[in-house]
Design a protein around this ligand. Structure first.
Ligand code: TRP
Length: 332
């Protein structure tokens, strides 16, 4: 049974809070996928070090993310949710893959070019080899599908190139993964800049609604959301602010755009913003209740992530042992 399911792996850097964009656009889909696929989610703490980040922040974000995934409804029995640093095979395979990745191809990665332009004072080697570690994350588990946003598809491509190159030399060692963009899932934009994606690294905190935001903060952020001057709740090109609010309202309530337009016919933006704020506040309150349940029992939480790391390590070790043998290392 287990073997016939396709394997999904995704990674999430613990560099910010989980916001409603990540929840409505990704995590909600993962819950629907948990029965159909063999799902692994790696909290990419190793990846978080490519920028300077306070150790206390790494720890807090990592644990918060973990607790939130459980709180959102990802069943820890059906999904393997683990910390990347708990499975040392990621760093080990990464070194090997470094030797099968070309300087030229890493130099062409758009994320590397963007990030090094933005952080000219800290262009470290980790930033450069970031995609190789990501390839190790994926290939260790022989993942078939990698659910990622558009900004990461180039990294999945280079992962395939590396895997292909390795397989070409040593035979079929790695499954070639594919980037996977689930069909459903809302593309939520910033509330203050509705042409840009709602991002966990947004400097303007009014633009993002975090899953741990208290009710009054959620309502206030929606009240301040940028809209146009038409004052009519209608989904139309160019009305980015309203389109975004309608997308959010629809994703949370399950109502279609038509139903929403009818519901707010003759009403102004003030009423609509309040209504969106209310449904989102109710939604995050539910998640926060669950979050409290999970995080109040530290021993249980530890048991869950240790167990997940054990499962991940078992699979990762199988792949790494095979790789070590293929490249000619003496068996332990
Ligand atoms: N690079 C991804 C991001 O920034 C995070 C990530 C790390 C990842 N390892 C991964 C995504 C493996 C998919 C698969 O969003």
């Amino acid at each position: 049974m287990e073997n016939t399911k396709k394997t999904i792996l995704s990674g999430i850097k613990p560099t910010g809070n989980l916001n409603i964009g990540g929840y409505l656009g990704a995590v909600k889909n993962w819950i629907q996928m948990q029965d159909e696929y063999n799902c692994l989610y790696c909290i990419a703490d190793l990846h978080s070090l490519t920028i300077r980040i306070d150790p206390a922040v790494v720890r807090r974000n990592s644990l918060e993310l973990f607790g939130l995934y459980l709180a959102c409804g990802l069943d820890p029995e059906k999904n393997t949710i683990f910390f990347q640093s708990h499975v040392s095979q990621h760093a080990e395979l990464s070194w090997i893959l470094n030797c099968y990745t070309m300087f030229g191809e890493l130099s062409r990665m758009t994320q590397f070019k963007d990030k090094s332009a933005k952080n000219a004072e800290n262009i470290n080697a980790g930033l450069f080899t970031y995609p190789v570690l990501m390839a190790a994350d994926i290939l260790l588990y022989q993942a078939d599908l990698v659910p990622v946003g558009e900004d990461q598809t180039q990294h999945v491509e280079i992962c395939r190139d590396i895997a292909n190159r390795f397989n070409g030399i040593y035979g079929d060692v790695f499954t070639l993964p594919e980037a996977y963009t689930p069909k459903v899932g809302a593309r939520v934009k910033s509330l203050t800049n509705p042409t840009a994606k709602m991002s966990k690294s947004d400097d303007d905190e009014n633009g993002t609604v975090n899953l741990l935001d208290p009710r009054d903060v959620v309502i206030r952020k929606f009240k301040k959301a940028v809209t146009d001057s038409e004052a009519c709740v209608r989904f139309a090109p160019g009305k980015d602010g309203i389109n975004n609010l309608m997308t959010i309202y629809s994703a949370v309530s399950g109502k279609s755009f038509e139903e929403i337009e009818k519901e707010f016919d003759g009403k102004g933006y003030g009423d609509f913003k309040l209504a969106v704020g209310e449904v989102v506040a109710d939604m995050v309150a539910g998640i926060q209740d669950q979050y409290k349940v999970y995080t109040s029992d530290k021993a249980q939480l530890e048991a869950i992530y240790r167990n997940a790391a054990d499962r991940a390590r078992y699979i990762a070790n199988k792949t790494l042992t095979k790789v070590y043998k293929k490249v000619g290392f003496v068996a332990k």
